[in-house]
Design a protein around this ligand. Structure first.
Ligand code: NI
Length: 178
């Protein structure tokens, strides 16, 4: 079921989410179906459970295809990530534009770790462990931030690099529902 996406200003987006304790349950599978359908409908690069009002440590991201909201970004593998732990692999950082389904119509430039190791579980409790860099690493860091109650505007260092997508990137075709 496509669920309403909570927008910045909603207090529950600022809460730390609880870890998932039971895997492969009907409730967890239903949550993942809702996340997937909601992300697809909004052309999201990822979505976190708190964005649909569920404060559990569950994110999904990736699409195995190019995302129309980020046409120049590399394809990120479709992933379910639960109870994630992110570790930067070194001190290198990269600044790039981000958007968020909870901050519609806007983009901001955010510094993120360039290379990370991330670990967690899928919906069946199978461990996931990967290294990622660039856009893939950025998506993981952005989505997991939602689980700690952090929205990307809270990470913008230079507020002159925060604005409306329609002004910053008029060539993007999705400005209506971004
Ligand atoms: Ni977001």
């Amino acid at each position: 079921m496509i669920r309403p996406i909570l927008k910045m200003g909603e207090p529950s987006l600022l809460l730390a989410s609880a870890s998932v304790e039971h895997f492969d349950t009907p409730e967890l599978h239903a949550l993942l179906i809702d996340l997937e359908e909601t992300m697809q409908a909004a052309n999201g690069a990822g979505i976190a459970a708190p964005q649909i009002g569920v404060n559990l440590q569950v994110v999904i991201f990736g699409s195995d295809r190019t995302n129309p909201r980020y046409p120049d970004a590399p394809v990120v593998p479709k992933t379910v990530l639960i109870n994630p732990v992110i570790t930067p692999l070194d001190d290198k950082a990269e600044e790039a534009w981000e958007g968020c389904l909870s901050v519609p119509g806007m983009r901001g430039s955010v510094v993120r770790s360039l290379r990370i190791h991330y670990a967690g579980f899928d919906q069946f409790g199978t461990p996931i462990e990967r290294e990622a860099e660039g856009f893939h690493a950025r998506v993981v860091q952005h989505e997991c931030d939602h689980l700690w109650g952090i929205l990307y505007p809270m990470r913008i260092r230079d507020m002159s690099k925060f604005g409306f997508t329609s002004v910053l990137f008029p060539e993007l075709d999705d400005n209506a529902d971004d």
